[in-house]
Design a protein around this ligand. Structure first.
Ligand SMILES: Cc1cc2nc3c(=O)[nH]c(=O)nc-3n(C[C@H](O)[C@H](O)[C@H](O)COP(=O)(O)OP(=O)(O)OC[C@H]3O[C@@H](n4cnc5c(N)ncnc54)[C@H](O)[C@@H]3O)c2cc1C
Length: 479
């Protein structure tokens, strides 16, 4: 009698999404299973966001909403209690704390460490972490073969694609400065060793990555001038304590049936009402969070495109808020003149001797040039999927094993995360989670949503192929 072959799930990408998909497979599998987590680039179990070693980089979500396990809401808080420095913090205070991201990385690493062992005594799950880049997939009769950069191959029955955030897109002229000492194309790689003694630092973008760079420069007590440039010149707002607002969303209105124009009208009405009452209108964005994926799903493609073109910038400023202590530091830097915000489009970058020339055009059409002793591209993750620089994702597109979603913001998937091939067939072995689903779900970048995906994809794979219901993508979000 032959022993049945162990089912093998390979997870590609070891940031939050992939790590937690692998952990959920390992902890929930009722039967023997092999799980391999392939990760390359940022540290496995941490990914880009939680791989930072800088203590001043804080989470932008309070500890109470950062459990990595969707079925165990207090898991992060309980883990924090195991650390001496947080053991005696009053519960109410701990819940509202914005922890250092590197501490959150420790939390994810400890979860990986707990499950990544040759054989789990309870469920006989074999969980291995492989440090290698997956370059290509080939369909086999029973699943797919992964081709790794080292030349090794790995055969798996099912594959979870969790390749996460890509570095920012190139800017006009990037190629001319690619190897310039004063140019940093990837803000998530170590640039602290290249901080100039004199001159200005120019941050291209005014979002969360820019804020990371600003607080690092302040923490290092760098004394030069920091410029941050973007079209709207808007920095992220601070988190604040919301109040109970029974009027939004209105009880008799299903937000997903309004269409974009109706929704914008409703939001404007309520923002005006809240402002008049002296309240922060960003409250409506928080109250919408549990409904956002359903609303986005109900929009037509034309409405989605219009939202991205007309409203996304403003939405992002209200939605992606920062810890109050970080906001105070940024406000202080603005007040003291150490930080200057320029509202203009970056039309190009070019070498300017030992510096980088950043070419700008403002709304009135006036052009100017900023000289940067260090210029950092902080424009946020690259989101045009068909132009991905990932060899694996390019391979999936050219081989027809995947196709872009209708917005070309990510990969096309079914509601249960199964990838849709170029011909429209549902992939028998490949599913995808994480920021790759931005175009399908819009809200698919932060832990409160990603932990639900990581659980759901594991449950679906363990459920002998029974697909999860369509509404599986919408998970609970605590305000
Ligand atoms: C700077 C920053 C701060 C953030 N802060 C927060 C926060 O405070 N709270 C919050 O909720 N969200 C935050 N986010 C959002 C963040 O997107 C998610 O929380 C989460 O970290 C995304 O994880 P991921 O695994 O999907 O992607 P990633 O973290 O990008 O991880 C993907 C991993 O896959 C690897 N990989 C890619 N391709 C391959 C391949 N072919 N082979 C092998 N490995 C591969 C990458 O190198 C990387 O290690 C932040 C994001 C950023 C960028």
């Amino acid at each position: 009698m032959t022993t049945p072959r162990l089912q093998h799930v390979a997870v590609i990408g070891g940031g939050f999404s992939g790590t937690m998909a692998a952990v959920n497979l390992a902890r929930l599998s009722p039967a023997p299973l092999r799980v391999t987590l392939c990760n390359h680039g940022s540290p496995a179990g941490r990914g880009i966001a939680y791989g930072t070693r800088r203590p001043e980089h804080l989470l932008n979500v309070a500890a109470r909403n950062m459990s990595a396990l969707a079925d165990h809401p207090n898991h992060f808080l309980e883990w924090l209690r195991t650390r001496t420095e947080y053991a005696a913090v009053p519960e109410a205070e701990l819940r509202e704390t914005f922890m250092p991201r590197r501490v959150y990385g420790d939390y994810l690493r400890s979860l990986t460490q707990h499950y990544a062992r040759p054989v789990d005594a309870r469920a006989c799950v074999e969980f291995a972490v492989v440090d290698d880049e997956v370059l290509a997939l080939e369909a086999t009769g029973t699943g797919a073969r992964l081709r790794l950069a080292s030349g090794a191959t790995l055969d798996a029955d099912k594959i979870v694609l969790a390749t996460g955030n890509e570095p920012p897109a190139d800017l006009p002229g990037s190629a001319t400065v690619a190897t310039h000492a004063a140019w940093c194309a990837n803000p998530w790689l170590d640039w602290e060793t290249r901080i100039p003694a004199t001159g200005d630092i120019v941050l291209l973008g005014t979002g969360l990555t820019t804020v990371d760079a600003i607080v690092t420069l302040l923490a290092l007590d760098w004394r030069g001038t920091i410029h941050a440039v973007s079209r709207n010149g808007l920095l992220p707002e601070s988190h604040f304590k919301g109040v109970d607002d029974p009027l939004f969303p209105p009880a008799n209105v299903d937000l997903a049936t309004l269409g974009l124009a109706g929704l914008v009208r409703l939001l404007e009405e309520h923002c005006t009402r809240l402002r008049a009452a002296g309240l922060n209108p960003a409250m409506v964005v928080d109250k919408m969070r549990p409904h956002t994926q359903r609303i986005w799903g109900a929009f037509t493609d034309a409405e989605r495109r219009e939202f991205v073109a007309q409203h996304a910038a403003r939405w992002n400023v209200m939605r992606h808020r920062i810890a109050p202590s970080i906001h105070r530091q940024v406000a202080g830097a603005l007040e003291s003149g150490r930080l200057k915000i320029t509202r203009a489009a970056v039309t190009g970058v070019k070498p300017l001797g030992g510096q980088i020339g950043v070419e700008l055009r403002d709304r009135a059409g006036a052009t100017s040039l900023l000289a940067a002793a260090l210029a950092i591209n902080c424009t946020g993750p690259h989101t045009r999927f068909s132009a991905t620089r990932s060899p694996l994702l390019q391979h999936l597109l050219t081989s027809g094993l995947a196709q872009p979603d209708a917005m070309d913001m990510g990969i096309r998937v079914e509601p249960d995360f199964a990838v849709v091939e170029r011909g429209g067939r549902r992939s028998p072995f490949l599913c995808a989670i994480g920021p790759l689903l931005r175009g399908t779900l819009w809200e698919s970048i932060a832990v409160p949503e990603l932990r639900g995906q990581a659980l759901r994809v594991a449950q679906t794979l363990l459920d002998a192929g029974a697909p999860a219901p369509a509404e599986a993508a919408v998970i609970e979000y605590q305000i």
